[in-house]
Ligand binder design. Structure first.
Ligand SMILES: *Cc1c(COP(=O)(O)O)cnc(C)c1O
Length: 488
């Protein structure tokens, strides 16, 4: 008898899907004949279909559905989503409360133009976000919300707002942005211009507006024996010199507070954020906090800025905002910024829009996500989970080729070296990360290394058993990938 999803026996066995390697292979064929995947050298997928040994290929993983922190493949196997599906998922896949909120909203109002119209999910979400946003004593709080529909678009909004605010005041010399080395803010041309991940940026460099890059406070770059805080202070001193040198030319500093995620999960001491805030104030420069990846409890506090006790002038939120269900970005701005656009002239208005600005379904999903933070005491649970992650990471840190283990709340990252030392990184050409990725998939874990940096960024609902699987798998794939690549 052919087993299908309707077969009660299959459901009882907990499969619920007629997966097999043949089904998955057929799906790969179908996919690759029509899809161009994001952030992918498609040839690495194509090779997967060629006969012969599967080295240097990137397996395409067909997913049938999701369940908590698990992805269920068309091959019938379960995969632990250790990267929260590109850092968006907070409470697991197919979270019922979020699903319900989307379904309910879909029967009410799916979308309406937000220019000239208003609707409840957009307003309620703005009220809640402003109430939650980081605060700083003596500073006016974030007061207005502008929606975009993805992180990069939100970064564009923040950059344009900062620039335009000065234009409106007649400060035409303020045309430059300062960004951090090793930072990442998205893939659109404006966002790419303030990013410094060479793999994404280099080829488009001729198209990009010029940004001023300042040294990263990244603790990994500290000299031997130097503390993270001391390195962060030095980076802040460099920022001070840059701001002095370009006095009156800069409209904003943009940074990822606490963790430069796409740049390799590089972490810094919060003292840098304090100093950066002070320096921005001294120089009359806006501070844009890009919390697209680190917001919503990822680094231990609701927002990473809280760890430095600072509030930015512009705050970009996305990824976890909808719990990983729908694309949405919120850019929070101060009243001062907002008022800089109030005028009789339309050109002084912020004439930026996206068709799906403030989409009601996405806002409803975000409201459900914030509801879960309220009802489930998420941050307290995350503290316990991150303690467990720290214990497990420490045992992996003992591995002879691990050069660095670092953690910020629900993010753990491992960096490698031939001699277990930062000074002797693996040869990137050996593609240790790709081998680790494949080996982890074979063991039922979706780890997606950034270059050769392995990291854990699981949904918050991950339990002890899943964490144990993650740690065992990580230890095993490090050995296997080193064997395969002979890079150590
Ligand atoms: C992912 C990310 C972005 C871009 O968001 P998209 O929704 O992928 O466009 C911007 N900034 C940071 C810090 C990110 O991690």
């Amino acid at each position: 008898m052919q087993k299908t999803i309707h077969d009660p026996a299959m459901l009882a066995e907990g499969h619920g899907h007629n997966g097999s390697d043949a089904v998955a292979d057929a799906w790969r064929e179908r996919d690759l004949s029509v899809l161009w995947h994001p952030c992918t050298q498609m040839r690495e997928h194509q090779r997967d279909r060629a006969p012969g040994p599967r080295t240097d290929t990137l397996p395409l993983l067909p997913i049938a559905r999701g369940e908590g922190p698990w992805l269920i493949g068309r091959d019938g196997r379960r995969y632990l989503d250790a990267v929260s599906s590109w850092w968006v998922n907070l409470f697991g896949h197919a979270e019922p409360r979020i699903a319900e909120a989307i379904a309910t909203q879909a029967r009410e109002l799916q979308h309406v133009i937000l220019a000239g119209c208003s609707h409840a999910p957009a307003v309620e979400l703005a009220e809640k976000l402003l109430a939650l946003a980081p605060r700083e004593s003596g500073r006016a709080p974030l007061a207005k919300v502008f929606y975009a529909d993805n992180g990069s678009a939100g970064v564009e909004v923040a950059l344009k707002m900062a620039f335009h605010w000065f234009r409106n005041r007649g400060e035409d010399r303020r045309t430059k942005f300062v960004a951090l080395e090793g930072g990442y803010h998205g893939e659109t041309l404006g966002a790419l211009a303030v990013g410094d991940v060479p793999l994404y940026r280099r080829v488009y460099a001729p198209l990009l507006t010029e940004a001023l890059f300042t040294p990263s406070p990244d603790a990994f770059l500290a000299r031997p024996g130097q503390s993270a805080a001391s390195h962060a202070e030095e980076a802040a001193d460099a920022l001070a010199r840059l701001l002095d040198h370009h006095a009156g030319e800069i409209c904003a500093l943009i940074l990822e507070p606490r963790v430069q995620c796409a740049g390799g999960m590089r972490m810094h001491d919060p003292v840098y954020l304090k100093r950066a805030r002070e320096l921005c104030d001294v120089h009359g420069v806006f501070l844009i906090a890009d919390e697209i990846a680190v917001g919503f409890g990822r680094t231990g506090t609701m927002f990473a800025c809280e760890q430095a006790g600072i509030a930015p002038d512009l705050l970009c939120l996305s990824k976890g905002l909808t719990g990983g269900s729908l694309p949405l970005c919120a850019v929070l701005a101060t009243q001062e910024l907002y008022e800089g656009f109030l005028d009789d002239s339309r050109e002084r208005a912020f004439l930026h829009s996206h068709s799906y600005t403030g989409n009601p379904l996405a806002c409803a999903a975000a409201l459900a996500t914030l509801g879960i933070f309220e009802s489930d005491d998420v941050l307290a649970r995350n503290r316990a989970t991150s303690t467990r992650m720290a214990e497990l990471a420490a045992s992996i840190g003992a591995h002879a080729h691990v050069a660095d283990v670092r953690q910020a709340g629900m993010i753990v990252a491992f960096e490698f070296g031939r001699d277990g030392d930062k000074a002797t990184p693996f040869d990137p050409a050996a593609r240790f990360g790709l081998h680790a990725y494949r080996a982890a998939l074979d063991r039922g874990v979706l780890l997606r290394p950034l270059g050769d940096v392995l990291y854990w960024m699981p949904p918050y609902t991950v339990d002890d058993d899943a964490l144990a699987l993650l740690a065992d798998t990580t230890a095993a794939v490090i050995d296997q990938a080193i064997r395969e690549t002979r890079c150590a």
